[in-house]
Write a protein that binds this ligand. Structure first.
Ligand SMILES: *Cc1c(COP(=O)(O)O)cnc(C)c1O
Length: 468
């Protein structure tokens, strides 16, 4: 929800849409357009309202061509039907909708198993509206555990959280909302994510945890979670500081278990206390559902947990919201059931194949330099080659829009603000055929771009409203 600050009050306008939209008496019903920034005084026919809203929405971008988003833009019709059937169920009403509550528990159990919780039966977890809420919950658990360990010094001591400068904005929110100092490991040269040693060096007695990202929204790379844990093991040896790790697996926690089984990043590492993922990213469900899991009950302080009625007893819950739709949780269970491990592997492998193939096509054009190749998350970032001076990534982004492609361009943070990139997120539904069309459109643009006298985007900040 954007935080809006009021609108001018337009005078009454004649409704100048198609008279066919008026149901009973087309002309009589169509005399006056409804105001758009205050409640209309009178009701209108559903068909008219529907059409007015639809007409306006035509100007939104096409979600399937939105290569900026990680969020699911295609599901099977069966999933759509199931979601429509569940749209009236409130996730918090565990007692009234016990089967929906049970499906949520099964999803948590499946994820605990997938992420190698030492004892899946004792792992705890919950659904959320997305990874942002999951990260708030995980961060709160870290903060509370640290406060309990340091009860003698808290609240005077100021807690801090260590993470790479490439973290998603939800971690800045967490630090802001919960008054935790964000200690950011900077990028360095061609390293665009956290360095384990540098992270360990930022830790002190007030560090509530370290966040590792699987994988980075900036370039799709996996952060080295096992090395991070090893660096923190060494820190413990040296100093006695025992710092837990949270893995922000918003995307990668639903990719790596299927495509990179040998990569050890999850609860197999004893230092990993909690993991989140976005069910609505590579979990393959429409927005908004996320998941947060803790390795055991000890990792989630009991006093943060609230209880709601459930089948005559009570059920523990941990959430920021109270009411929340149940449909996405049902759709997540449907997708788990429908695809299984082999199905997920096939879908994610297809996305990775499209990403690596398309990255190769882009590199072959000669004008670009790849930062990543799409072989971790099915995501790659690229920039213009050093000898390209006639245009920049912002020009490319703008020109691609002419063919309907939404490919964001953005500047890297501090230490690499000289670097601006384009990023392509390949998802289920972005087929090899569509990728080929994108590659052809990009190739067709190049002669034009090369003829520019100079890059045309003056205000780079305004060039893209993109915030990961
Ligand atoms: C998308 C993302 C988030 C935020 O997740 P939402 O589900 O959009 O709330 C957090 N961290 C990372 C690494 C992400 O990719």
């Amino acid at each position: 929800m954007p935080l809006t600050e009021g609108f001018p009050r337009p005078g009454d306008r004649r409704l100048s849409v198609n008279p066919f939209y008026g149901p009973a008496n087309p002309l009589g019903d169509m005399a006056e357009a409804p105001p758009t920034h205050r409640l209309p005084a009178q009701p209108m026919a559903p068909a008219t309202a529907h059409q007015l809203v639809r007409d306006e929405l035509m100007l939104d971008g096409n979600a399937r061509l939105n290569l900026a988003t990680f969020v699911t833009t295609w599901m099977e019709p069966e999933a759509g039907v199931l979601m429509a059937e569940c749209r009236d169920k409130n996730m918090i009403d565990k007692d009234e909708y016990p089967r929906t509550a049970e499906l949520e528990r099964r999803c948590v159990a499946m994820l605990a198993d997938l992420w190698h919780a030492p004892d899946p039966a004792s792992a705890v977890g919950c659904s959320t509206t997305g990874s942002s809420e999951a990260c708030m919950l995980a961060g709160m658990a870290l903060k509370r555990r640290w406060a309990k360990r340091n009860a003698d010094r808290y609240p005077e001591a100021r807690p801090n959280l260590v993470m790479g400068v490439n973290v998603q904005v939800c971690w800045e929110k967490f630090c802001n909302f919960w008054e935790v100092e964000a200690r950011l490991v900077p990028m360095e040269g061609e390293r665009f994510h956290l360095d384990p040693q540098a992270a360990a060096e930022l830790c002190d007695e007030n560090t509530i945890g370290v966040v590792g990202i699987l994988g980075s929204t900036f370039d799709g790379s996996y952060e080295p979670i096992a090395d991070l844990c090893a660096a923190l093991d060494a820190l413990r040896e040296r100093t006695g500081l025992d710092i837990p790790v949270h893995v922000d697996g918003a995307s990668g926690a639903m990719v790596a278990p299927f495509l990179d089984e040998d990569l050890v990043w999850d609860f197999r590492l004893p230092r990993v206390a909690s993991i989140n993922t976005s069910g609505h990213k590579y979990g393959l469900v429409y927005p908004g559902v996320g998941w947060a899991l803790w390795r055991d009950a000890e990792a989630l302080p009991e006093e943060l947990v609230f209880r709601v009625n459930y089948l005559g007893g009570d059920m523990p819950t941990f959430a920021l919201n109270f009411s929340r739709p149940g449909a996405q949780v049902v759709a997540q269970y449907y997708t788990f059931l429908r695809l299984g491990r082999d199905g997920y592997r096939a879908v994610q492998q297809a996305a990775r194949d499209v990403a690596t193939e398309l990255a190769g096509r882009v590199a072959a054009l000669g004008d670009f330099r790849l930062l990543t190749r799409g072989d971790q998350l099915p995501v790659f970032a690229f920039t213009t080659a050093p000898d390209v001076t006639a245009y920049d990534v912002f020009d490319v982004s703008r020109r691609l829009r002419e063919s309907g492609w939404l490919v964001p361009a953005y500047t890297f943070p501090e230490n690499r603000q000289d670097l601006s990139v384009l990023r392509v997120v390949c998802r289920n539904g972005f087929s090899a055929d569509l990728a080929e069309l994108l590659a052809q459109d990009l190739e067709r643009l190049l002669p034009d771009l090369r003829r520019q006298p100079r890059p045309l985007t003056e205000d780079k900040g305004a060039a893209t409203g993109f915030h990961h």
